[in-house]
Design a protein around this ligand. Sequence first.
Ligand code: F6R
Length: 606
Amino acid sequence: MCGIVGYIGNKKAVPILINGLLSLEYRGYDSAGIAVLNSFNNTYKIDFVKDKGRVKVLQDNKDLELLQGNVGIAHTRWATHGSPSKENAHPHLDNSKTFAVVHNGIIENYLELKQKLLDNGYILYSETDTEVIPNLIHLNYKGDILQAISKTLKELKGSYAIEVISPLFPDKIIVAKKDSPLVIGIKDDEKFIASDIPAALSHTNKFYFLDEEEIGIIEQNSVKFFDIDLNEIQKDIKNIDWDAESSEKNGFEDYMLKEIFEQPNAIRETIGSRVSLDKNVNLELDDIDFKNFNKIYIVACGTAMHAGIAAKYSFEKFCKIPTEVDMASEFRYRSPLIDEHTLCIFITQSGETADTIAALKLAKSLGSTTISIVNVMGSSITRISDYTLYTHAGPEIAVASTKAYVCQVTLLNILAIYISERLGIENSDLNIFKQSLLELPEKVKDVLTTIDTIKEIASHVYNQRDLYFIGRGADYAVSMEGSLKLKEISYIHSEAYAAGELKHGPIALIENGVTVIAIATNPNIYEKTLSNLEESITRGANSILVTNQRIINDKINYIINIPEINPILSPIISIVPLQLFAYFIAKNKKLDVDKPRNLAKSVTVE
Ligand code: F6R
């Protein structure tokens, strides 16, 4: 939700800022803007360019040439307060044009602050919550900028990651954050500020992570940190082992397709040395006493929650602990029955999702032990959770999550085996299951060879209005994720149903021209799902079947054959054709698959 970047160094800021914005566009793409400190005869002033539309619009703006300075801040917006427009685009300046601010987050009490500013004679030109920040800094400024910023931050309710520049301190960028991410990349006498690591990865692997309510003063040759009361604090630089190439498209047409094809390797990296045959699973959770737990909650949002649903079966089978999966936005408002005997597992690619953070804080406050499955190193959730396990998917840039999902399901299964072993539960199947886990990368590679078949099927069904996904057990979990992928990037109405539920109501929707996609991979129940598919065919539906069973049935329009695997792990295989299906449908409709409308990669608002 909004991306911010900043640069201070010995180079012209604009090209670096534009590149940073382009790599952060997945966070929002309604409007964009840049402000730099330009100097003339040693006098500095803020110059800025901003507009509605994508970063490309900004790039094509001739006025950008006027921004020559080497200190600058920039923003790409996902609108919350005020529609996408030039006036609402960032940066926002105070009335005297002394302070320019870019902001990611939401100032919840902005109406009250706006009134205070109006009472003090200020004029606010935009509909945004952000515009109060530079004006409050101005109102609070009495000769000491740090005091003014600290006082301003204390007045803000809500979330923020901000960057501030001013001719009053032309050799500095001041940053601060609360509940929105901000990292500072370090390279000799250059500093790169960004909402997410990938925006600075082509410059450096060394990062500082700003923590809650911290302020940073960034200069070309130094970085200092303070808490909100202006006590200086020391921070360690973290080395990030992602490479810059992993944030590029590498010859693929879109990030989404590239990320789908990266899945075998991402799974291999996630398994790493955690699983080997005839040895116990190795996870750094040795000091947890798992005997203490009588319930497991898995909590997440969207695709990450679907990963939890897909892995629930594994926890119940191997750990013999009742396991519930909940969406973070519901969990936190329904007074969940949790205490110190509950293990809460949170799943998140970004590590910044506001609903998941709030649910995690609630679980901690109720005394439960918290483990988070996270992709982005150093992200907020890793700093709040008692324990963090990383998926090693690498940077996921496309808004629709693909490789993070398969890695989340993989890691959750590894965690379930780990807990089972720590509990000493006898299970003769465990080694066979580990063998299946280790085969996942190759099987996912095999399933990617269905690409041409799926492209062909998509070319026949891309103009459909409604599509239904059905499955049972883990196949139902995959149906939900397949349906979400399709909705997100193709804008086709789609729903997922447990196949057995179809006849209890939704079958009334089936008529000529509707497409039903069945996922049937479990040898014990696939025939039941097939019967449900036939019931739809009888009522005029077009049919697609994703299966690892040998099925010959000439009533089914298209059959996609995928490799066989242990049914508990099948979501990791069977989701791949559904990802490709959504991708090719969106391509046929000539849509931007990487940046679907109304969405953003990291959802830092509730
Ligand atoms: C769907 C998608 C979203 C995210 C959800 C949670 O493709 O990407 O549904 O899964 O917003 O995001 P994270 O995993 O970052 O917490």
